[in-house]
Unconditional design. Structure first.
Lengths: 151, 104
């Protein structure tokens, strides 16, 4: 059965590879998921990335400030002690585009990433960890005093 | 060698290498307006791939919600001092580049 995900990947791979230019990387990159990044709806973004909904889990560790003084730079660290983590994604529910980033974790890389994201307003930040055995998440409300989406 | 936008620190310790990358990039969302009130076009890094000895150790997909001067930190098993990391980034505009950093 062809999953929706693989169809979407096939459609977007052509565009993504065309943009790589002369320098061909030694490893093939997964296609940047335009549907997931461009949608203004968090559920749609998750649906574009995954085949099912994630289950909240205490094994997903989301570290983010309770209050972000500057919404333009909010430090987030996501880690998980689970085995076989394939990817980690960060969503900001109140953002114009909820999907902030997705990190593919190849075998041999620790399931822990730190990044800095923009938040337009106080909102729930959700980390989704994709493993060989399913999807798990953790959420936290981050208060934002000054929004950082530049609008 | 041309000066790139990637500043990376990679440290090998106790069998793993911790990597901290900062790319100097405005990550324009496309929502900001210039002095004339015109929207500044979106220009942001969409993918960043890091390889060590030809093997991919990280692949980050980013959207406009990643802060200006994107920062990324992660750790992978292995890595030795003196070896090189290859960091390839691609923008929404199609611009792409590969830069290298040494493991300390």
């Amino acid at each position: 059965m062809i999953s929706r995900r693989s169809v979407l990947k096939a459609v977007f791979t052509g565009g993504a590879i065309a943009g790589l230019g002369v320098m061909m990387p030694k490893v093939a990159l997964a296609a940047w998921n335009k549907t997931a990044f461009d949608t203004d709806n968090q559920d749609t973004a998750m649906g574009a990335l995954y085949d099912s909904a994630p289950a909240a889990s205490a094994e997903v560790n989301l570290k983010a400030p309770d209050i972000a003084e500057n919404g333009a730079v909010v430090p987030v660290t996501v880690s998980s002690s689970m085995a076989d983590v394939k990817s980690i994604a960060v969503f900001v529910e109140g953002n114009p585009n909820p999907l902030a980033a997705q990190f593919m974790i190849p075998a041999g890389t620790k399931a822990e990433v730190s990044c800095r994201i923009r938040m337009g307003k106080t909102s729930a930040v959700t980390a989704v960890v994709e493993t060989a055995s399913g999807l798990f998440s953790a959420s936290k409300e981050v208060k934002v005093t000054i929004g950082g989406c530049g609008g | 060698m041309a000066k790139g936008i990637i500043r990376a620190k990679a440290k090998a310790k106790n069998g793993s290498t911790s990597v901290k990358i900062m790319a100097k990039h405005a990550m324009e969302t496309g929502n900001r307006k210039d002095k004339k009130g015109q929207k500044i076009p979106a220009q942001y890094i969409q993918t960043m791939s890091v390889a060590y000895n030809g093997k991919q150790v990280m692949e980050a997909h980013m959207g406009t919600a990643v802060s200006k001067n994107p920062y990324l930190a992660f750790t992978f098993e292995g890595g030795a001092k003196g070896d090189a990391l290859e960091i390839t980034w691609t923008e929404n505009t199609g611009t792409s580049s590969t830069e290298t950093a040494k493991v300390r």
